[in-house]
Design a protein around this ligand. Structure first.
Ligand code: SAH
Length: 475
C-alpha cells in the first residue's frame, strides 16, 4: 500500500491554497465544504474564487506565494499553472512537514485527493495512487450507483442511537445483530422511503430489552444462505449474493468458486473450503451438512457458496432439507448456471428461433446415465448441455449417434466458461471427443450439443453483439 487513506478533520483549521484560477476554485469549494479556514494566495484571483471566498469568509492574499504563507497551516494545495510555483510550494511544505497536494502532479504531492462519493456522513474515497484519475472516476460512478440515495439518513439515525443501543446491548455480537436487523429490515426500508426511523428503532430496542434473556431467539439468530456464485466471473454475481457475502460470519465455499469471489466476503469472516473433489482433502456431503448445522446453531450467519446455481446439479435441495429438519432458516439466492455463462461468452443462443425449441441440462455422472432417455436427448431442434461430462465424452457422443443423432451435429466444449482462461473447442459429435483429448480439456467444462452451437450460427450472433461477448470465435 503506497498511500494511507485517511479522513481529515479540517474544521476551523488553516489550509493554504495557492492559485486563483478555475482549478483553484474547485479545490476551494471542496475545502470550504469541509469547513477549513482557507487562505488563498495568488497574484491574480478570478471572480469565482473571490466570490466563493467572500461568502465563506476565506482569506484572500493577492501576491505571489512566499514560504511564510505556510506558517500555521495543516495542509497546502498548489493549484497554479506555473510548475515553478507549484514546485516551490511542495519544497516549502516538505521543509515544514506540511502535507502538500499539487494538482495533477503526483511526483510533487505528499497528499493525493481521492475521487469521492458524498452521502454525508458516509463518504467513500477512491484513489488509484495517481495511476489513473479516469479509472478512479469510473469506480466512483459504480459506487455512486450501488449506494442507496438515503444512506446518509441511515447513518445519521445510527449516530443518534449509537450510545443508547450500546447501553442497552452490552454484548458486541448482540449489538451487531441488532444493527444488521435495523439496516437490512423494516427500519432500513422506512428510512430509505423518507421516514426518520427513530420511533421504529426505539420500539425495536425496547422489545429486545424486555425480552426474556433466558429464551434466546429461535435458532439463536443463526441461518444459512445458499448462494449461487455464478460460473466464475465475479462480475456475474447477483447484487443479493454480494450483499449477503458482506454480512456473513462464515463462508463455506466449493472448489468451483474462485478466490476473487470468496474475497468479497467480509474481511473478518471465517472462510472454509469444502471442495469435494480435491484429492486427499475430500470433504463429504455429510461433513458439509454437519458444518452447516454446527455454525448455524452457534447463531452465525452462514453463506454456503456454490458454483453456478444452487439448484442446478448443486445438491442444494439436500442441504435445505437437512437444515429445515433442524429448524434452521434457509434462504436461496439463485446464481447464473454454467450453461448460461458459457452461452453468453460464446455467442450461443440456446433457444434460437427455428433452430432449438428446447433447452436441456443434463448430467451423466454415475448411475444416473442409465436412467436418461438417450433417444430424447438425440432428437433434433434442441440444445443439450452436459454437465460434469469431461471423462464421459466418447460415451456421450457414441450414445447420441447410436440413438439417431447425425454424426455431424455441432458439439461445443466450453472449459472454464467466463473465467480469464476460458477455452472453447468446436467440432461435431463424431470428432469432439478426440479434439477434446488432443486439447487436454479438464473440468470444469460443459459439452453443448445442437445446431445452435454450430459456428456459423454463433458467428452471426457474435457479429450482432459485437464486443459484448468476451471471446473471439476460435475454431
Ligand atoms: N451448480 C453448478 C453446477 C455444478 S456441477 C451450476 O449451476 O453451474 C459441476 C459442473 O458444472 C462441472 O463439472 C462443469 O460441467 C460445470 N461447470 C461449472 N462451472 C463451469 C464453468 N465455469 N465452465 C464450464 N463448466 C462449468
Amino acid at each position: 500500500m503506497h498511500y494511507l487513506p485517511m479522513f481529515l478533520d479540517l474544521r476551523g483549521r488553516r489550509v493554504l491554497l495557492v492559485g486563483g484560477g478555475e482549478v483553484a476554485a474547485r479545490k476551494l469549494e471542496l475545502l470550504l465544504r469541509a469547513g477549513a479556514a482557507v487562505r488563498v494566495v495568488a497574484p491574480r484571483i478570478d471572480a469565482r474564487v473571490a466570490a466563493l471566498a467572500r461568502t465563506a469568509g476565506a482569506e484572500l492574499v493577492e501576491r505571489r506565494f512566499e514560504s511564510v504563507d505556510l506558517d500555521g497551516t495543516w495542509l497546502a494545495v498548489a493549484a497554479t499553472d506555473e510548475p515553478g510555483t507549484n514546485a516551490a510550494v511542495a519544497a516549502a511544505g516538505a521543509a515544514r512537514r506540511v502535507f502538500v497536494n499539487v494538482v495533477d502532479d503526483l511526483e510533487r504531492s505528499s497528499a493525493l485527493m481521492p475521487a469521492i462519493v458524498d452521502r454525508s456522513p458516509v463518504i467513500v474515497a477512491v484513489g488509484t495512487g495517481g495511476a489513473s484519475p479516469t479509472l478512479a472516476r469510473r469506480v466512483r460512478t459504480l459506487v455512486e450507483a450501488a449506494l442507496p440515495e438515503r444512506l446518509g439518513a441511515l447513518a445519521d439515525l445510527s449516530a443518534r442511537w449509537r450510545s443508547r443501543v450500546r447501553a442497552a446491548l452490552p454484548d458486541t455480537a448482540a449489538r451487531r445483530r441488532f444493527w444488521e436487523q435495523v439496516l437490512d429490515g423494516e427500519i432500513g426500508r422506512r428510512v430509505a422511503a423518507g421516514e426518520a426511523g427513530d420511533e421504529a428503532l426505539g420500539a425495536a430496542l425496547g422489545r429486545l430489552r424486555d425480552a426474556d434473556p433466558a429464551t434466546p431467539p429461535r435458532g439463536g439468530g443463526g441461518e444459512v444462505w445458499l448462494i449461487g456464485a455464478g460460473p466464475g466471473d465475479p462480475e456475474l454475481l447477483t447484487l443479493r449474493a454480494l450483499q449477503l457475502l458482506g454480512r456473513a460470519d462464515v463462508v463455506l465455499y466449493d472448489r468451483l468458486v474462485p478466490a476473487a469471489i470468496v474475497e468479497r466476503a467480509r474481511r473478518d469472516a471465517e472462510r472454509v473450503f469444502v471442495g469435494k473433489e480435491s484429492g486427499q482433502h475430500r470433504t463429504t456431503q455429510d461433513r458439509i451438512n454437519a458444518l452447516l448445522l454446527e455454525y448455524a446453531r452457534r447463531g452465525l450467519k452462514v453463506a454456503r457458496l456454490k458454483g453456478g446455481d444452487p439448484f442446478v446439479f448443486g445438491r442444494g435441495g439436500e442441504e435445505i432439507a437437512m437444515l429445515a429438519a433442524a429448524g434452521l432458516p434457509v434462504t436461496v439466492v439463485p446464481g447464473i448456471t454454467a450453461a448460461l455463462g458459457a452461452a453468453a461468452a460464446t455467442g450461443l443462443s440456446l433457444t434460437q428461433r427455428g433452430v432449438a425449441q428446447a433447452l436441456c441440462l443434463v448430467t451423466v455422472m454415475g448411475a444416473a446415465a442409465e436412467a436418461l432417455d438417450w433417444r430424447a436427448l438425440a432428437a433434433p431442434h434442441q440444445t443439450v448441455v452436459f454437465y460434469m461430462g469431461v471423462a464421459e465424452l466418447p460415451r456421450i457422443a457414441a450414445r447420441l449417434i447410436a440413438q439417431g443423432a447425425p454424426p455431424d451435429r455441432a458439439a461445443l466444449i466450453v472449459e472454464r466458461a467466463t473465467l480469464p482462461d476460458q477455452r472453447t473447442i468446436c467440432g461435431t459429435l463424431s470428432d469432439i471427443a478426440s479434439r477434446a483429448a488432443a486439447a487436454g480439456v479438464a473440468a470444469p467444462a460443459l459439452l453443448i450439443v445442437g445446431a445452435a452451437a454450430h459456428p456459423p450460427a454463433r458467428a452471426a450472433i457474435f457479429a450482432a453483439v459485437g464486443t459484448a461477448a468476451t471471446d473471439q470465435l476460435e475454431d
